[in-house]
Design a protein around this ligand. Structure first.
Ligand SMILES: NC(=O)c1ccc[n+]([C@@H]2O[C@H](COP(=O)([O-])OP(=O)(O)OC[C@H]3O[C@@H](n4cnc5c(N)ncnc54)[C@H](O)[C@@H]3O)[C@@H](O)[C@H]2O)c1
Length: 288
């Protein structure tokens, strides 16, 4: 854990929406990254996507052509975990399933060196429960690092220690995240951590306002953008991430925190009727 930040060797497992960009932000921060996915096509697509994202960034003046080339060069695909034996920090961003994540964490525990810190990017699973998949020796070096989409633009990371995470692991991980320009905040291991609890409290209330006929989704989005300074309104956000995913998260929050997170009837009804949003599909505001 004592290697200087730029020399930290990074691993990422799961090359989907989140994992690919998590790999990218470390590479842009000057670190070498191994990116693994069990699906070879997903891995290949992730590298293509990162190239396109960097190209757009270059044309908008966010990165230089040199930064683009070096960052892409620093992300290496890994067809299995055998090459993770020299990693310092490995983040898993595989499917949101206790079973899938448990298997990946157990495999990482075996593949990674003793000093390596293992992090989970789960949004809803308790970090301490995930830690049970690891050996007792690893648990002090395991924690949650919850990134936000799109990872290359959103600076926040919630750093969530599990029951047995050592203070050194939390402090070291925080400093590595700061070194790549992220803004980590410390959050206790509670369902939804901090951000999703605040977000879904607002989304639930926004849907209730529509149920009560107080205002339209379009006007409520305008209210949040123009009155509260939010970059995107709640209904555009739900269409983007899908109302189906919001419904799932609210059910999980309700189970842990009670009735205040009960999903509104209108949200359930719209999801069941196929108005969940997602790319090109009908949502609250027409086609997302
Ligand atoms: N999408 C978001 O906005 C968001 C935000 C914060 C956190 N998260 C969390 O990040 C994680 C990943 O989400 P995502 O949206 O990137 O999902 P995704 O479906 O886009 O990607 C998951 C990837 O994991 C791979 N994978 C699955 N099982 C694997 C295994 N056993 N070994 C190796 N690779 C495996 C899949 O092939 C896929 O490419 C989830 O835990 C999710 O809850 C998502």
């Amino acid at each position: 854990m004592s290697r200087p930040a730029p020399e930290t060797r990074i691993g990422v497992v799961g090359a989907g929406l989140m994992g690919a960009e998590i790999a990218l932000v470390f590479a842009l921060g000057g670190m070498h990254v191994l990116l693994h996915d069990r699906d070879a096509t997903a891995l290949e697509n992730a590298l293509t996507r990162l190239g396109a994202l960097l190209d757009r960034g270059v044309s908008r003046g966010l990165y230089t052509a040199d930064q683009r080339a070096t960052a892409l060069d620093r992300v290496r695909p890994a067809s299995d975990l055998a090459s993770f034996g020299d990693r310092d920090l490995v983040t898993e961003a595989v499917f949101e399933s206790l079973e899938v994540k448990g298997e990946v964490l157990a495999a990482l525990d075996k593949a990674c060196p003793e000093a390596c810190v293992i992090a989970s990017n789960t949004s809803t699973l308790p970090i301490s429960t995930l830690g049970a998949a690891l050996s007792p020796e690893r648990r002090p070096r395991f924690l949650g690092t919850h990134y936000f989409s799109p990872v290359s633009r959103m600076l926040l990371v919630e750093v969530v220690p599990a029951f047995e995470t050592s203070p050194e692991t939390a402090a070291w991980t925080t400093s590595i995240l700061e070194s790549i320009g992220k803004q980590p905040i410390a959050v206790k291991d509670v369902t939804g951590f901090a951000v999703n609890r605040m977000l879904h409290a607002m989304l639930i209330e926004a849907v209730r306002l529509v149920e009560e006929g107080v205002a339209t989704p379009e006007d409520l989005d305008a209210a949040c953008r123009l009155g509260l300074g939010h970059p995107i309104g709640p209904f555009a956000l739900m269409d983007n991430v899908t109302s189906g995913l919001c419904l799932q998260v609210q059910e999980i929050l309700r189970e842990s925190h009670g009735e205040r997170f009960r999903p509104p009837a209108l949200l359930k009804q719209r999801v069941a009727a196929g108005y969940s949003g997602g790319r090109g599909k009908p949502g609250w505001l027409g086609k997302a």
